[in-house]
Design a protein around this ligand. Structure first.
Ligand SMILES: *Cc1c(COP(=O)(O)O)cnc(C)c1O
Length: 430
């Protein structure tokens, strides 16, 4: 399968698309067409395991660029934790994407990308760059930690990630380095893009991106939409997915699954007050803005990078977006109310991102006659947002040992202003 950039339709193969991350014209790579899976796959999907489904989905995008005997064990390793669809209440399920090593959904994409890059790079030294608003960086760090020949540089906004998230970014050592930038996530993203496009640096290093702009992050994220369907198929109702969104990689992966033939009634694009896409769906105008800080900080994005891919999928027609996506946005107060309400009704604890998705589902059901089952994508474990969740519920919640282990380690970061030249200088010297 060929891959093309979203801007000038530059052609690439998958190896190059994964190793480059961003295309030379600044666009994002997209497959020539989204592969459609055969009907038989869906007929027996409930009999398959998560890694088996993962293999079929990955294979559809990679074709023969990775041999089956490499891809099969790769998928078993990537998907070596459970992703259960847990019933929260009647007709509402939480697809728990947080059982990986850093307890956020980005583990899925990062673990696949790390293994695929390592396979394609054939042992040549490489520098991976990732801007993060919280969870990307830790998932990427975990995915690449101690991978031979690959150094990882993470850029995160000072004071804008939770204390635990910060520990998960800054305590790895070895091949993982963290830049703590005095600025917002958008500044980090801008600097990352500039580093990746810097001709001087490109002569010196093989550079690549680990943000959700990398197609290797998106492909595996499609898998769990199929897995949710496999688990809920027996209920015999259509599915609505509510996706708590920032850069819209997760939702775009859901759209891939849909185009591959997965039956979906609708996607709800649920956001916090950084509501660029809900606004776009309403007005037809795409108006990026500076991001605003919220309690669901992994979604504080003012110019969602995967809009470019969605635009490509829908041929830039807002009417086509609207056929399958609805967008709703919510404030921090509403998010806290949702955490309280769900806990009081069911004892299920949502994290702030999952709570935004829950609100999106509720609004969808209020505004439609739908008899679908709603699936909210629970993208992080609530203990990753301990301060907010405990304050909201007015009680202590238990922290899994996997997370406690990070808290005990010592932070090491490189502090920088949001100044490209300052970051570049240090980048060149370490
Ligand atoms: C990254 C992240 C999101 C947003 O995902 P996108 O693919 O950027 O839309 C939502 N929740 C959590 C916990 C995240 O880490």
């Amino acid at each position: 399968m060929k891959y093309f950039s979203t801007r000038n339709k530059l052609e690439s193969n998958i190896n190059n698309a994964v190793l480059k991350g961003l295309a030379a014209d600044g666009g994002l790579f997209m497959p020539e067409q989204i592969p459609v899976l055969p009907k038989e796959f869906f007929d027996t999907i409930e009999e398959k395991t998560l890694p088996e489904i993962g293999f079929v989905v990955a294979k559809a995008f990679l074709e023969d660029s990775v041999p089956d005997e490499v891809l099969k064990p790769m998928m078993e390793e990537v998907l070596n934790f459970e992703i259960p669809a847990v019933k929260v209440k009647e007709n509402i399920y939480s697809l728990e994407l947080f059982h990986g090593p850093t307890m956020a959904f980005k583990d899925v994409g990062a673990r696949f990308m790390a293994r695929l890059m390592s396979y394609f790079s054939e042992g040549k030294p490489m520098r991976v760059i990732a801007a993060t608003s919280g969870d990307t960086g830790s998932a990427v760090a975990s995915g690449f930690f101690e991978v031979e020949g690959i150094d990882v540089f993470i850029l995160y906004p000072e004071g804008k990630v939770s204390p635990l998230q910060e520990k998960q970014l800054t305590t790895w050592g070895k091949n993982i380095k963290a830049f703590e930038i005095k600025g917002a996530f958008d500044d980090c993203q801008a600097i990352a893009k500039q580093l990746l496009a810097d001709e001087e640096l490109k002569k010196q290093f093989t550079l690549t991106s680990a943000n959700s702009i990398n197609i290797a992050r998106l492909i595996p994220q499609s898998i769990y939409y199929f897995w949710a369907y496999a688990q809920l198929k027996k209920i015999g109702k259509p599915i609505v997915f509510s996706v708590p969104s920032g850069n819209f990689g997760n939702l775009t992966a859901g759209l891939f699954a849909y185009k591959m033939g997965l039956p979906v009634e609708k996607f709800v694009a649920s956001t916090n007050i950084n509501n660029i896409i809900p606004k776009y769906l309403e007005s037809g105008k795409y108006e990026p803005k500076e991001s605003q800080q919220t309690i669901s900080n992994a979604m504080d994005v003012g110019n969602p990078s995967n809009y470019e891919r969605m635009k490509d999928l829908f041929h830039d027609k807002v009417e086509s977006f609207r056929e399958i996506i609805l967008g709703y946005d919510f404030t921090d107060d509403q998010t806290k109310e949702a955490i309280k309400e769900v806990y009081n009704q069911t004892k299920y604890i949502l994290d702030p991102h999952g709570a935004v998705a829950y609100l999106g589902l509720n609004k969808y059901f209020q505004n439609s006659e739908s008899n679908a089952v709603g699936v909210l994508l629970e993208t992080a474990h609530p203990a990753k947002f301990l301060e907010v969740v405990e304050e909201t519920l007015q009680q202590k919640i238990s922290v899994p040992e996997k997370l406690e282990a990070f808290n005990r380690k010592e932070k090491k970061s490189i502090k920088c202003n949001k100044d490209y030249d300052e970051v570049k200088k240090i980048f060149k010297e370490i």
